[in-house]
Design a protein around this ligand. Structure first.
Ligand code: AMP
Length: 128
């Protein structure tokens, strides 16, 4: 059965798309730690990031780099953190999170609640 992230990449489940290539897809995390918190996934369905073949994994980092540059310009943050958890969704993904300090990557913190309009506005700025 397809994972929820495969369905998102296929457009079968809606998402706030940030970027896409033939092999990768980037979209806003629905429970963001900060405005611009983005997930990057390979379209190939693999659970654990480090089970990806070398070429797919390295291509994913290069794709994520382009998205991270846009997030940094959008948010004016100090750095864009690259975090891999994968505890919830069994489809490899990288979190890209705008940060200014260590506490900004604390996943136990309360997440932001944004309206659909706010999500779409952020996504469209990151796509631009
Ligand atoms: P983890 O697998 O531990 O890295 O966490 C999965 C992440 O995916 C969480 O931050 C969720 O908020 C996010 N997430 C789960 N479902 C969706 C969805 N349909 N759209 C956007 N983000 C999602």
């Amino acid at each position: 059965m397809a994972t929820i992230f495969s369905k998102i990449a296929a457009g079968e489940i809606p998402s706030y798309r940030v970027g896409e290539s033939d092999r990768y897809y980037a979209f806003l995390d629905i429970n963001p730690l900060a405005k611009g918190h983005t997930l990057v996934i390979p379209k190939q369905e693999v659970d654990y990031l480090y089970d990806l073949d070398d070429e797919t994994l390295s291509g994913m980092i290069i794709f994520a780099k382009q998205i991270a540059q846009k997030i940094k310009a959008f948010s004016g943050c100090n750095k864009v953190a690259t975090v891999v958890l994968g505890l919830e969704v069994p489809h490899a993904h990288i979190h890209l999170i705008p940060i200014n300090s260590e506490k900004d990557v604390d996943f136990s913190r309360e997440k932001l609640v944004l309206t659909p309009e706010e999500f779409e506005e952020i996504a469209s700025k990151l796509r631009g």
